[in-house]
Design a protein around this ligand. Structure first.
Ligand SMILES: [Zn+2]
Length: 451
């Protein structure tokens, strides 16, 4: 038997996973014989409740930065994990030389073949390790020279603070409900976005802050709408196609293409990686009425549930749910695993994604004896969503773009012919565009290529 046991323990406020691996027969590593201990991930087995919360904690105390130093032929940095100076292993230093021979100057990809070219016991030539005002430099046994920025080395020692704020591109987040947003929703001018990156940044900052933004004075054509979306990144293809332009019919085998009303939901729960952004642009609506659009701030709804009933919140954060898209004869798209309705960052515990689509919901991955608790938690959640709804009649010339990981959308039933265009953008692609515009490429890469 092979056993992989995952134990979650907490010490000094940090969350640790201990992996214990016992192997008898290597062949058992393959196929479905290798299993995680699934009871360990249910927090019922933990000694204290999980530290799930809605927004990232931006008020952690900043570590007092201690300078990097040369000590006993090693470079040392202050580690906030063990609260003392620690040696930087030579093999890591050599692997992180950022000179043009080791890292590609433009793509910042590693050129050096770490495991072929750097011996495990790689040595610094005696007497060559020297400290300058802002840098430390050395010569390696193979003749290569490296220079490291001291501030960068200092940052490499500080590992207690989760790097989540960088990965998640945390900026100001404003929670809203229908009442607070209706009078003054966020909006950006079409021309500003088309003509300048500053306009794109202004747009993305609003989407980061509110989870959505309108664009005003867009020509009511599919071409202008597509060009607008492509200012952020390329459009994601799905089984529906790429950029879409449709009128109500059932050609795509999904209720979204009918005249029925649709309750607040997020899209793509049937993908492992749901789309990050979605655009809707109503190009025309003739011979009928209805079809108002609704948005709900999922983070705001989560915050209300968090205050109202912490147990219900934790059930939606830990019980996983499967989903599927099986509208075509030859497909049944399913994610590689079930995900909770409220998905949290594994490092800092903050909410990163809402996955709520009761139309596409499949198995609720919990035993029958705890099923009613999930329904009760989900009902509380659904009631909060309804309470916080924001309704608006979308207009030609005013596309809407929203963060599908945060904001839920829906619409009321309608009559007549409605022509809508739009498309998806991947989460990683829009966050990449946002971070580069917001912080600059070199600041982003400094973070990527450190410890
Ligand atoms: Zn180098």
């Amino acid at each position: 038997m092979a056993g992989l046991v995952v134990r979650s323990t907490r010490s000094r406020g940090s969350f640790r996973l201990t992996l214990k691996f016992t192997l008898c027969k290597p062949t058992l590593l393959f196929g479905n014989k290798m299993r995680l201990d699934h009871t360990a991930r249910k927090f019922g087995t933990l000694s204290e409740p999980p530290r799930f919360h809605v927004l990232p904690n931006q008020n952690r105390p900043k570590q007092e930065a201690q300078p990097a130093r040369v000590y006993n032929d090693k470079i040392q940095v202050f580690s906030d994990v063990s609260n003392r100076y620690v040696d930087i292993p030579n093999v890591w230093l050599r692997d992180h030389c950022h000179c043009a021979k080791c890292f590609h100057e433009v793509t910042k990809q590693r050129i050096i073949e770490t495991f072929d070219e750097i011996p495990e016991d790689v040595r610094i030539v005696e007497g060559t390790l020297t400290e300058q005002a802002d840098t430390i430099s050395m010569q390696w046994q193979d003749g290569h020279s490296s220079t490291f920025d001291k501030q960068w080395l200092v940052a490499c020692g500080l590992r207690n603070r989760p790097r989540s704020s960088e990965r998640l591109a945390v900026t100001r987040t404003r929670l809203w409900d229908g009442k607070s947003i209706k009078a003054n929703p966020p909006s950006v001018q079409y021309d500003d976005i088309i003509n300048s990156d500053t306009g794109v940044l202004e747009w993305l900052l609003k989407i980061k802050e509110y989870g959505f933004s309108y664009v005003d004075k867009c020509p009511p054509t599919p071409e202008a709408s597509e060009a607008l979306l492509k200012r952020i990144a390329f459009i994601r293809n799905t089984h529906y196609g790429g950029f879409y332009d449709f009128t109500a019919d059932l050609a795509s085998g999904d209720t979204a293409y009918t005249q029925l009303g649709i309750g607040a939901h997020t899209d793509n729960t049937y993908f492992s990686d749901p789309a990050g952004l979605q655009m809707f642009h109503i190009l025309s609506h003739t011979n009928g009425s209805g079809g108002a659009s609704q948005l709900v701030d999922g983070f705001s709804a989560a915050a209300e549930l968090y205050e109202q009933d912490r147990d219900a919140y934790n059930i939606l954060a830990t019980t996983t749910v499967y989903s599927h898209a099986s509208g075509g004869d030859d497909m049944s798209i399913q994610p590689y695993r079930a995900f909770p309705v409220l998905l949290h960052d594994s490092q800092d515990g903050s909410l990163v994604q809402v996955r709520w689509n009761t139309t596409d919901r499949a198995t609720i991955d919990t035993p029958m004896e705890s099923m009613s608790q999930w329904y009760s938690a989900a009902r509380q959640w659904a009631n909060i969503l309804r309470k916080q709804e924001y309704w608006e009649q979308l207009q030609p010339g005013r596309p809407l773009v929203f963060d599908n990981w945060r904001v839920l959308h829906g619409r009321s039933a309608f009559t007549g012919n409605r022509r809508v265009c739009g498309g998806y953008i991947n989460r990683d692609d829009w966050i990449s565009r946002f971070r580069i515009l917001n912080k600059g490429r070199s600041a982003v890469l400094d973070e990527v290529l450190r410890a």
